[in-house]
Design a protein around this ligand. Structure first.
Ligand code: NAD
Ligand code: 6OD
Length: 484
């Protein structure tokens, strides 16, 4: 049986306790994972601090960027290994891991390696009241040791989305991947070694949140900043943990994202786009649309078309290249999603399709699959319309005017992403600008340019990452003022 170990100061080390890593496709145990205790988290943080004082801290920006390109090379060299590990851990279809997760991991390193070399400094020539002048300029310095805590839905993509800019800015990191998906963060340690990233610059501690590695890391006195992706309530707990030390945080949290489909849209494009936006990764993407608002005169046609798409999704084995829909991540998460399926019925939903568990007659029946599900007929106040479910499910409601659609879409405590489907460009701009979210797509969804700001408002997060926004979070600016 495979073991996933902690990676501290350039060495793979075992902890005192272990937990099981489960394949969500059939419930089998695929590896044992070592759990980092307080002492090992301490060691990892101290190793990171030493790296900052040692070879890693002494590299120039250009040298750091060159090493990050080598990390990307090392990921690409072991592409299949990373894909297989991600598929086994998450149950996501191999086609998805091959086209999204692993290529994006390599791209994260390349993009931030290139961006950091181009990041300039601000400078101002200042006239003083007494007629003298001064030059102000800012220099970028690393924050220090950054704690990186990530979820299970896009494990490698989301981990490298934070690790790459943090390292590019000269920080050392201690990462705590999700307990559900320990594999690729561990494989990444091997890629770091191959790429010549000095010992201590990248450390991995495995474990859980409260009372385990996650909490030990966020509460550690020598961690300078915490960057976190996960549930909003976990973000709130981490915020409390770092409050007394006033540590900077970057939070990418949950969502209850809306899509607005106008009657003038390209119908086929909108249906294809929404099929992706609702069901990709079995709905386990923070950007997925769980609330779909459709203009009344195309409502029935749209609901029928999306139903056809949902019913044709191939829920195969994740390792099969033709599979389109994998299982949910765990038995516990499946129970949460099924509890919302039950609640939707209690709240009076019309079940357009799905709402249960598929039967396969093979090992997948021991896995964590659910049916892709579409509801209509719920009031906007229903819990299923208000709360993040994080499964392959959406509620579709009709609207009669642009104003009404905007009001319905914005009636949420979350504010991560929205998508607008229309052929009227002016309306596209107008509605997009009125969305209370961090990211709005028009006639597309999850189309990413890594230089753009990414993040949410309200319960969906604090701060923006991406491009210069990542560089700004992962560095401190020291303004220097020189009297001329
Ligand atoms: P989660 O919050 O349960 O766990 C995320 C990570 O935090 C895990 O590594 C976990 O071990 C750790 N953790 C849990 N409690 C902790 C604590 N008290 N202190 C320190 N660490 C702790 O989230 P999840 O279930 O893994 O992921 C799904 C959630 O993540 C969804 O809500 C989804 O919307 C959100 N998400 C958001 C984004 C985004 O970019 N906004 C991206 C992906 C996922
Ligand atoms: O594409 C990204 O950079 C990103 N952070 C995606 C987040 C997806 C949420 O599950």
């Amino acid at each position: 049986m495979k073991s996933f170990l902690n990676y501290i100061d350039g060495r793979f080390v075992r902890g005192k306790r272990e937990f099981a890593d489960v394949n969500p496709a059939d419930g089998s145990v695929i590896a044992q994972v070592t759990e980092a205790d307080q002492e090992q988290v301490d060691e990892a943080v101290h190793a990171a601090r030493r790296a900052l004082r040692g070879e890693w801290g002494g590299l120039t920006v250009r040298e750091r960027a060159a090493r990050l390109h080598k990390v990307a090379d090392a990921i690409e060299k072991r592409f299949d290994c990373f894909v297989q590990a991600e598929v086994a851990d998450t149950g996501k279809p191999i086609s998805l891991a091959s086209r999204l997760d692993v290529p994006r991991a390599a791209a994260n390193f390349r993009v931030f390696a290139d961006l950091v070399k181009m990041a300039g400094v601000e400078a101002f020539q200042t006239e003083t009241p007494d007629g003298k002048s001064a030059l102000n300029y800012a220099v970028r310095k690393p924050l220090g040791v950054v704690g990186v805590i990530t979820p299970w839905n896009l494990p490698l993509l989301l981990l490298t989305w934070k690790v790459a800019p943090a390292l590019a800015c000269g920080n050392a990191v201690v990462v705590k991947p999700s307990e559900e998906t320990p594999a690729t963060a561990t494989l990444l340690a091997e890629a770091m070694q191959k790429a010549g990233i000095p010992n201590g610059a990248y450390n991995v501690v495995h474990g859980f949140g409260p009372g385990s590695a996650g909490e030990f890391l966020t509460q550690h006195a020598d961690v300078n900043a915490v960057t976190f992706t996960g549930e909003s309530k976990t973000g709130a707990a981490i915020m409390q943990a770092v409050a007394s030390a006033v540590k900077p945080v970057s939070f990418e949290l949950g969502g209850k994202n809306a899509a607005i489909v106008f009657a003038d849209c390209n119908f086929e494009n909108a249906v294809d786009g929404l099929a992706e936006a609702v069901f990709l990764n079995t709905g386990q993407v923070c950007l997925c649309a769980e609330r779909v608002y459709v203009e009344r005169n195309i409502f029935d046609r749209f609901v029928e078309a999306l139903k056809q798409k949902a019913e044709r999704l191939n829920a195969g084995w994740p390792t099969d290249r033709s599979t389109e829909l994998g299982p949910l991540i765990s038995a516990q998460h499946r129970e949460k999603v099924l509890s919302y399926y039950r609640l939707a019925r209690e709240e009076g939903a019309v079940v357009v399709t799905g709402g249960g568990v598929p039967q396969f007659g093979d090992g997948r029946d021991q896995g964590f699959y659910v049916q892709p599900t579409i509801y209509t007929g719920l009031p906007e106040s229903a819990r299923c319309v208000k709360e993040e479910i994080f499964g392959p499910v959406c509620h579709i409601a009709a609207f009669d005017s642009e104003e009404q659609a905007i009001a319905m879409a914005n009636d949420t405590k979350y504010g991560l992403a929205a998508s607008i489907w229309t052929s009227d460009l002016k309306r596209g701009h107008r509605v997009a600008q009125s969305m209370n979210v961090g990211i709005t797509w028009v006639n597309c969804w999850f189309l990413r340019d890594l230089r753009t700001p990414f993040g949410g408002v309200g319960l969906s997060g604090i701060g923006r990452e991406g491009g210069i926004h990542s560089l700004n979070f992962y560095s401190e600016l020291n303004n220097i003022c020189i009297q001329l």
